[in-house]
Design a protein around this ligand. Structure first.
Ligand SMILES: CSC[C@H]1O[C@H](OP(=O)(O)O)[C@H](O)[C@@H]1O
Length: 402
């Protein structure tokens, strides 16, 4: 089932709609031309919307996985309530769902952090409830309530992290006293890549959250350049849309353009390693080289749920390779076409894909690349801004250096 409205209501940009136990996700494959929510009812639905990138973004992937599993668990528990062995069935269902969702996308560590939390919760509740004198039905009810509450906690934690990161990152940017123009007015612009806003998280965003906070502070940031971010076009379809929606001055540019008058590049992350190497959307690494060539700051914004201290460096990060069709075609939306009008003769957008090369051409489509820590100026999280130790030139992500 999906609810849609063509064009854009002035409502807030909500990547997910959660009304326990029902989950709808905003279909990002048809944004910005169409606002359509998809109801996610099963673990398979959840896997599919993540795998197919109806929803995307490191934090959002984790939260949709958790809430999608929670939604299906409630229905499964109701269908099995009162039957013998229903508690064991619910435990098995949860573990099986967690294992399946771990396979949806490999690079963003947030997904695995969330699945680890849920797996540990299942194990601890299994022990506690089996040691209790509760009935089978009471065990199931207690388990489901705890599981769903934990998933809702992840959603709320993400929003809180983003707001905190926004403040810390804004303070950091302003502390740099960038002077872009001759009048030394302190006005400056930044560039961002891919989408790291409300559409990549449960709300507000990471790098785009910092941009939102800094712009609202009215202490310098007055323009944002965003790259289109081929092949999925997160920048042209999602980030430009978010900036337009928030009335933050922006300019959309191609991925190859590097002539913008910027003072910093600020991007998100899908996985930050122990040494500060970062996996992020393909094209990020070359931006870090450009930043270092021109001597401008290259800043990573990521909640601590994106930090993976188990990996010593970026060479250990699994990089997702996606379908060649995503590169061989440019997807868009057909607006002006008589055949696309509905029975009321209103123009309804139709999603179209146009071939940019024959499908016989050889393609390589890695969704991410790795930026070495040496090209990174700062890593902003919700708890602190990590800077390199001047003595070693290295990040120590186990402690915060403001
Ligand atoms: C807020 S982190 C978003 C992060 O995720 C994006 O990847 P994808 O759109 O493929 O999920 C991109 O790497 C962003 O930086």
């Amino acid at each position: 089932m999906s609810s849609s409205d063509s064009g854009f209501a002035s409502g807030t940009l909500q990547s997910i709609l959660w009304e326990r136990p029902t989950l709808h996700v905003l279909d990002q494959l048809v944004l910005p031309m169409e606002k359509k929510y998809i109801k996610v009812e099963t673990v398979q639905d959840t896997f599919d919307v993540i795998r197919n990138m109806n929803v995307r973004g490191a934090p959002l992937i984790a939260i949709v996985a958790a809430l999608g599993l929670a939604s299906h668990l409630v229905v499964f528990a109701n269908e099995n309530s009162g039957n013998d062995g229903s508690f064991d069935k619910v435990l098995d269902f949860s573990i099986t769902g967690i294992k399946k969702l771990r396979l949806s996308r490999p690079t963003a560590v947030n997904l695995f952090e969330a699945m680890d939390i849920l797996e540990q919760l299942v194990e601890s509740l299994k022990l506690d409830l089996n040691q209790s004198d509760k009935s089978e039905q009471e065990k199931v009810e207690a388990f489901v309530n705890e599981f769903v509450a934990k998933c809702e906690w992840m959603k709320d934690r993400d929003i809180a992290d983003n707001l905190s990161m926004g403040n810390l990152g804004s303070e950091y940017l302003i502390s740099k006293h960038y002077k872009t123009n001759a009048d030394q007015s302190g006005k400056f612009s930044v560039l961002t890549h891919c989408n790291t806003g409300s559409l990549a998280t449960a709300g507000y965003g990471t790098a785009l959250g910092i941009i939102r906070s800094c712009y609202k502070a009215n202490l310098g940031l007055d323009h944002v350049y965003c790259t289109e971010t081929r092949p999925y076009n997160q920048g042209s379809r999602l980030t430009a849309f978010e900036l337009d929606h928030d009335k933050i001055p922006y300019t959309l540019i191609t991925d190859s353009m590097k002539t913008a008058p910027i003072k910093a590049i600020i991007v998100g992350a899908d996985r930050v390693c122990a040494n500060g190497d970062v996996a992020n959307k393909i094209g990020t690494f070359q931006l870090s080289l450009i930043a270092n060539h021109y001597g401008i700051d290259f800043i990573i914004a990521a909640p601590t749920t994106t930090i993976d201290l188990s990996l010593p460096s970026g060479s250990h990060i699994p990089i997702e390779s996606r379908s060649s069709s995503e590169i061989l075609t440019a997807s868009g939306t057909l607006i002006e076409n008589d055949s696309s009008s509905n029975r009321n003769n209103e123009k309804t957008p139709q999603r179209v894909s146009v071939a940019v090369a024959p499908d016989s051409f050889n393609v390589w489509n890695p969704a991410f690349d790795v930026t070495p820590a040496k090209y990174i100026t700062a890593i902003v999280t919700e708890t602190c801004v990590f800077l390199k130790d001047p003595a070693t030139g290295e990040f120590d992500l186990s402690s915060c250096k403001k």
